[in-house]
Ligand binder design. Structure first.
Ligand code: SF4
Length: 232
């Protein structure tokens, strides 16, 4: 099969997967709680290696005391670290939040920039965080958010042969309509948590099994032939 036809077939399969995920998870909101772009940026930084539920437990007190970029830019770092401690990697996260907010104040007039290249200048902000902020704060689909679930499922579903998030994102952007880039990620995360778990995917209960090259209808054990780097 030519490369063009191979991508065309893969695109068709990706679209069918998208349709089924939309049926299965009709509503796909961002589960982080925030009121402003700055608060979404901070919550997204805190969500690294942490659940959204945990972040949502921490942010009300944080945003009550430090509601905007100016307040967070001038926060006492030790106090900020204490407030976000339960999200893990708290010293690093606190340092990045303060430094990002200082840059937002000094270079972007106190507003989170709405352009990818500017967002990527902020300390602690890589494409994953920037994609979330652009999509949910500004309605801009600049890319596909690739977290651990999106990485694992995209690989298992045969939509990428890569394990590097940047290359996975490029593959997914090639396969999916831009207006669905962000909701794809959210729905894949839902599916990863509910069905296609890292260690014990429930293929027999999966609506994607006939479209999935990794499917095992009798699946009760870990899917085989998957690099360890995409199952964690
Ligand atoms: S069929 Fe199995 S491996 Fe494929 S997406 Fe569903 S649960 Fe995951």
């Amino acid at each position: 099969m030519s490369i063009t036809r191979k991508w065309s077939a893969k695109r068709q399969r990706a679209l069918e997967i998208l349709v089924r995920l939309k049926q299965l998870y009709p509503v796909a909101p961002c589960t982080l709680r925030y009121e402003t772009p700055v608060q979404l940026l901070v919550a997204t930084i805190l969500s690294a290696q942490c659940t959204d539920e945990r972040v949502n437990q921490v942010t009300p007190a944080l945003f009550h005391s430090f509601p905007d970029a100016a307040a967070l830019a001038n926060v006492d770092l030790a106090e900020l670290a204490t407030l976000v401690r339960s999200t893990g990697f708290y010293r690093n996260k606190a340092k990045n939040i303060q430094a990002a907010c200082q840059m937002i104040v000094s270079q972007f007039d106190g507003q989170v920039p709405a352009r990818m290249e500017q967002l990527l200048q902020l300390p602690g902000v890589a494409r994953k965080t920037a994609n979330v902020v652009l999509a949910h704060a500004y309605g801009i689909n600049a890319g596909v958010t690739v977290d651990t679930h999106v990485k694992r499922l995209s690989y298992r579903l045969g939509l990428t042969e890569h394990t590097d998030p940047m290359r996975i994102e490029q593959d997914l952007m090639r396969l999916l309509p831009s207006q669905d880039w962000e909701n794809w990620s959210i729905r894949l995360i839902y599916h990863g948590r509910a069905i296609c778990k890292a260690r014990n995917p429930a293929c027999s209960a999966c609506v994607l099994s006939d479209l999935c090259p990794s499917a095992n209808p009798m699946q009760t054990n870990q899917v085989t032939d998957i690099p360890a780097s995409v199952t964690t």
